[in-house]
Design a protein around this ligand. Structure first.
Ligand code: GTR
Length: 431
């Protein structure tokens, strides 16, 4: 039965793909002079047309209204039912990373569903934290398994489904020993630990493998499956965001870190998920979205790079069915992405772009961050503060910060250096 009912979703994805191949969808625009004019909705004006002028009006009226609009139209509704969990500590190594860190591996087991893959957490905590206070913690999902973020041999090789790799390091959708450290450049642990920050990560496929059938072996197989096929049914981005909140639930129970200073972070599709997690779950003290692009930080109404059409035809399992109704008409969306970013206010927010990542529309990401300023101002905070898109390696802004890095779509040491500096200037001051 699940398979049959899921077919309409897949079919609509195929339909959009075929429309594309018949040329009915405009080509991807990379020409700044061809960006059509657009008007953004005002985050401080309610659906009923009332102007929001106080924090109270924002928090009790407009903010919940916007959250619901994003659930209804993009990410789907996050189920309220809690899954029962058991935390099983698998290992503790108090001399990891050359003696500078404590490394812990914890399985989050979904006790009502013994067949559901566990969420495998990997936690690194610095030992050098000055002043004996507990460290803030970065919380983010990784793409290739915990074993991919470092070559430290004590890390359990993921046993869950992984996308095959042309280099033969993942075969038959299972990791091999050769896959250790394949994404270590994205997680400069020594740097993060040396600055006094902890890191908690897990493989995003533990929550839902990233393909259209992935829900069948993930959280959605037991929690609001797509067989209900509502326009606002949650999909994979919603599940990944939910999973980061479940990581935070665990961290609240672990005395090694300060869960009140948790920074949710994500790159690309995980940047979209991190923004949605931070918007919904105000326990996250700060949010970092690296090159999150369409459906993330980038403005939908600005036609440059990836479009709603391409996003949904390539990844029919990411966003709620309703989002597809905005293909080729982003102006009909009742929200735009600056309003998602504004839901982070007054907490620190970092939006990062790369020059070579035109697909994600770096300028659209900047403008989106810029247009949160009025909401941060309500709280007396300074956001981006300038209108001109900065040149490369010129970070701008205060509580909302932005940079454009040279190079391609990736997470680089430069990005982490800025994120760490930002964290130090914002949430780290709050002890
Ligand atoms: C792309 C997708 C982007 C971004 C990226 C990624 O193919 O079109 O929106 O999510 O994948 O996650 O690396």
């Amino acid at each position: 039965m699940p398979t049959l009912l899921f077919k309409p979703l897949l079919f609509s994805g195929l339909l959009f793909t075929s429309l594309l191949s018949y040329g009915q969808t405009p080509d991807i625009n990379y020409d700044e002079s061809k960006v059509p004019p657009y008007t953004l909705p005002d985050p401080l004006v309610t659906k009923a047309g009332k102007k929001v002028t106080t924090v109270r009006q924002w928090e009790t009226g407009r903010r919940p209204e916007l959250l619901k609009l994003f659930a209804d139209n993009l990410y789907g509704r996050t189920p309220e039912r809690r899954l029962k969990t058991r935390y099983e500590v698998r290992s503790v190594d108090s001399s990891a990373l050359g003696g500078t860190a404590i490394r812990k591996q914890i399985s989050v087991v979904w006790t009502e569903y013994p067949d559901l893959p566990s969420l495998e957490l990997l936690l690194y905590v610095p030992k050098n934290r000055v002043g004996n206070n507990r460290p803030p913690v970065f919380v983010g999902l990784n793409y290739m398994g915990n074993h991919s973020i470092t070559t430290e041999p004590g890390i359990a090789l993921s046993t869950h489904w992984l996308p095959n790799r042309p280099d033969g390091k993942v075969v038959n959708n299972r990791a091999t020993e050769a896959a250790r450290g394949v994404q270590q450049s994205r997680w400069p642990l020594e740097l993060i630990i040396s600055k006094g920050y902890a890191v908690a990560t897990a493989y995003y496929g533990d929550l839902e493998p990233d393909h259209p059938e992935g829900w069948k072996t993930g959280i959605r197989s037991v929690l609001d499956p797509p067989t209900t096929a509502r326009p606002d049914s949650w999909q994979a981005i919603g599940v990944w965001a939910w999973g980061m909140s479940r990581m935070l639930d665990y961290l609240e129970t672990d005395g090694l870190v300060d869960a009140k200073r948790a920074i949710v972070i994500g790159h690309s599709r995980q940047g979209k998920a991190a923004l949605w997690a931070g918007a919904q779950d105000q326990r996250f003290a700060a949010v970092i979205a690296n090159e999150s692009g369409e459906g993330g930080a980038a403005l939908s109404r600005r036609i440059y790079g990836e479009t709603i059409e391409r996003l949904n035809s390539s990844f029919p399992h990411w966003f709620c069915p309703q989002y597809r109704s905005y293909v080729n008409r982003p102006e009909a969306l009742p929200v735009d992405q600056h309003e998602l970013l504004a839901l982070i206010a007054p907490r620190p927010l970092y939006v990062a772009s790369a020059e070579g990542d035109r697909w994600a529309d770096p300028k659209g990401e900047f403008l989106s961050a810029r247009h949160t300023d009025p909401v941060y101002q309500l709280y007396g905070k300074k956001g981006i503060g300038i209108d001109t898109w900065p040149s490369v390696h010129q970070p701008v802004g205060e509580t909302v910060r932005y940079h454009l890095r040279t190079g391609e779509h990736d997470v680089k040491r430069y990005d982490w250096e800025q994120f760490l500096d930002f964290a130090e200037k914002t949430i780290d001051r709050r002890q």
